[in-house]
Design a protein around this ligand. Sequence first.
Ligand code: GLU
Length: 300
Amino acid sequence: MTFTTRFAPSPTGPLHLGHAYSALLAHDMAMSEGGDFLLRIDDLDATRSRPEWEDQLKSDLAWLGLRWPTPCRRESDSMAEYDAALDRLWSMGLLYPCTCSRRDIREALSAPQEGPDGLIYPGTCREKRAAFPRPGDRPRDVTLRLDMAQACRMAGVFDHQLETPEGGCRRVAGFTESGAGPAGDTGRIEFTPEDMCAGVGDVVLARKDVGAAYHLAVVIDDDAQKITHVIRGQDLFEATRIHVVLQHLLGLPTPVYHHHRLIRDEAGKRLAKRDDARAIARYRDDGASPQDIRDMVGLG
Ligand code: GLU
């Protein structure tokens, strides 16, 4: 299978040095394997996405020397695919509608705990599923959460048996992480149903205003683009477990993952979109060359 990777920015602001590193690294890895580098426009959130940011990011990436096949996939054109996946998960009895605000969630928790998807949801609305007894009657225009405990019990999700040092056995799921081993080699990352229930919880798969949510969209997109290697920042390492569970539920292959280091500012803080001072366009305007950008992010 051809090594295929992607860079998937959201057109909600300028690309900065952190994006440049991620895109260049993915591109270089694909080229060194004789593979393909794809660009995807993650414009699921139409209220924040802007065509002018998309034009700018394409111009910045082309200036950096990157090329990709066109037309590129965009999330706003893929809603029917997300809908079909939500229908499938709904008919499996794994989704429920949730009406809790962020404040409701905080108030329901005595000791709020953050997971890779924000506060770990206390399950307040879980019983609301009972109001929709037929498999085909998925409610629209509502927030839908994944019943994680139920998902973990489904056949094929945690199907690896791992012997414990005490002589017992536990069920795990996992993925291959390139760069996970002590010498930066390839290793396997494993996690248990308990990790998912206690440490992640019932994540949102459809947002009321948007119709789908990031975790669902990314899994469908990566499969649709036949991505064999997902190369993205360390900040998404914990979220990958959610994606692996969804791939198992939907019968999709799990790519190899590589979570790269993050580019930080002098104070050690991760760069953000609003960090205009490090926008690639700003460096361009100030006379930097693409090679200067490579040097700045350590890809000389
Ligand atoms: N659009 C996502 C982001 O900008 C992509 C995340 C991913 O690579 O999975 O963070």
